[in-house]
Design a protein around this ligand. Sequence first.
Ligand code: SF4
Length: 384
Amino acid sequence: MHFPWCLKKCPYCDFLSVARPRDEIPSEAYADAVIAEFDRRRPSLGDYSPNSIFFGGGTPSLWAPTALGRVLRHITDTLGTTPNELEITVECNPNSLNGEHASALADQGVGRLSIGLQNLDAKQLKFLGRLHSPNEGLQALEAAVASPVPRVSADLIFGISGQEASTAADMAGVVADLGPTHVSAYALTIEPGTEFGARERKGTLPILPDEAIADTYSAVEECLEARGFEHYEISNYATDGHHSEHNVGYWTGREYLGLGCGAWGTLAGTRYRNTTVPTRYTESSTRWASTNLDEHGPGRLINEIEPLSPKTRLSERILLNLRLASGFDIEEAARQLGTEAWPDDRQRAAARLVARGRLARDGSRIYIPKAQWLFADDTIARLM
Ligand code: SF4
């Protein structure tokens, strides 16, 4: 479920997010709109039964907890389940999360908070365009861990110009010691449609060299593994099996219902994306009871629809599933999707990658050995 507003647009971010002052965010109207969308989609969902609900954004911690809870209850009641049976995550930013807010979300049935801490260095936070200070980040994490919400994840971004591998590892250690059950540690990527992308094209964006990013990646991994975190996906670490059920769903190719402005969904082998204009999404919702879900384009609920061929779906499985330490059974996936696992060019690419140690095969299961994760993008591209 996508919540499209933030207090400010970060210069590296290519998610759909629109800056809006906190008191101008229409929490109740947005809840009404999401419920209207869900009700319209419900008849075509068949026996759809979710494992998880993820409120992402944008900044869903700006959504009034009672409004978010109203949507959550409507969906779980309609689908005949309860929040307790699902992994329910809300993404939060430090300047819109405190102990009281975390408790209010727990009261609504939220069981997992994912906090965009990103960094603990004031200069680097400023470079990333974040609104919070290092202390505010730490206070939000402490409050979340002390709250009744049982599972807390912290997001970190590393590979920032001027960052040493040892300071990145120290930062991960400070965060890990505060008691989250999960840490996501992403290397800063420069997306073309962002302010950072424009600065990179002009040559004015300071960039950390690849070797330094690799050193940082290894230092962060070493630090978190020493504290008992399992490195279960290229950028994700969990304690005691607290993997992100929701993200594992994406990585293993499960289908998902997307709701909200700009949300992506994949159902019955078709991907769709909702309108990306928040006012249009909210203000048009009264029309959706009669909207045609097969139509898309400007002014409609759905912006784009793409039927996915079995071949494309297998390529996506390679792209996502190989991010997991366990990899996946490519022949089983191909059978399920009704396509060929090993066309000649993929067979040849896999043989070369195995010979170089970049890829491992165990029967029909393929995986990227951990020591080779830094080259995962290249390995995956060759297999796709
Ligand atoms: S707060 Fe998150 S979603 Fe919003 S602009 Fe920044 S990175 Fe993007």
